[in-house]
Design a protein around this ligand. Structure first.
Ligand code: AMP
Length: 268
């Protein structure tokens, strides 16, 4: 595995290949990230992983400062799973050059776009840079961040970006909750609550197919577990990405909530 820190270096190396997979991450890798790496390895001759904690997508400075980093362990994991190139750019390598002007897709002001001001602007800024550096690839991204995935797909379409975005299933712990880099900030007491939240939403979904979505019922149930702050619970159609009145096979229940000051998202 080669570790590369310079944008022009990774750019010119990748020019030699036409079958490359790309897994952009913010590090503190877990089995969710590893599943993306494995899929990219299976479908491409070369795999690039990037680790860059993008300050522009954090709407609160404290959240950026507290974001976990484990670079030594990440390098070991990338070697173990036979990543070909690990791209570790500095802020300047990502942002210190002028790129083409990109169009931003229309974003409905709900869920993450409502509660994290400028978050998606920051996500699209970093993705436009990364996809200009690591060009013409298949980009593997997780459905755990479904709204992000949806917006990045739209962004690539309207800007005619040649990379293809591939949606990958959410990897969960054996107890149900979605794996996330932020989980290491939480102890066993909170992991029990996370698993209860998952079970409540899953059971609700399974026993209410075809019925009207009742957000207040879910809010009450989830608050009983010890969650004291919920940003939103929404039932969303996965194709149109609009709110869905009924619980169906084509909709997921999206949640953003806090435990011990740590913000968690999932969709089930
Ligand atoms: P992050 O490092 O959190 O920015 O995530 C990097 C990529 O990994 C994104 O495309 C995420 O959606 C994806 N990802 C994060 N957690 C999971 C998970 N539990 N299952 C599948 N993909 C995930």
């Amino acid at each position: 595995m080669k570790i590369i820190k310079k944008s022009n270096q990774i750019n010119s190396i990748l020019d030699q290949y036409n079958n490359t997979g790309f897994v952009p991450t913010m590090g503190t890798l877990h089995d969710g990230h590893i599943s993306l790496i494995k899929r990219s390895k299976k479908e491409n001759s070369k795999t690039v992983v990037s680790i860059f904690v993008n300050p522009k997508q954090f709407n609160k400075k404290k959240d950026f400062i507290n974001y976990p980093t484990k670079i030594k362990n990440d390098i070991i994991l990338c070697k173990k799973y036979k990543v070909d190139y690990l791209f570790l750019p500095s802020f300047n390598e990502v942002y210190g050059w002028k790129s083409l002007k990109f169009k931003y897709p229309k974003m409905t002001k709900f869920m993450e776009h409502k509660f994290r001001k400028n978050h998606f602007k920051g996500v699209l800024d970093v993705m436009s840079k990364l996809l200009s550096i690591v060009k013409n690839t298949k980009v593997y991204m997780g459905e755990k961040d479904y709204q992000q995935l949806y917006i990045i797909k739209q962004f690539c379409k309207i800007n005619e970006i040649t990379s293809e975005i591939i949606a990958c299933k959410t990897v969960r712990s054996r107890r149900g909750y979605a794996l996330s880099s932020r989980n290491i900030l939480l102890n066993e007491k909170y992991k029990k609550i996370m698993s209860l939240v998952y079970k409540i939403i899953l059971n609700y979904k399974l026993s209410n197919k075809g019925k009207i979505f009742d957000v207040s019922f879910l809010m009450k149930q989830i608050k009983k577990t010890g969650v004291n702050k919920i940003d939103y619970i929404e039932n969303v159609n996965l194709e149109s990405f609009l709110k869905s009145k009924k619980v169906t096979n084509h909709s997921n229940i999206f949640i953003a909530y806090y435990l011990d000051g740590v913000r968690l998202i999932d969709n089930i």
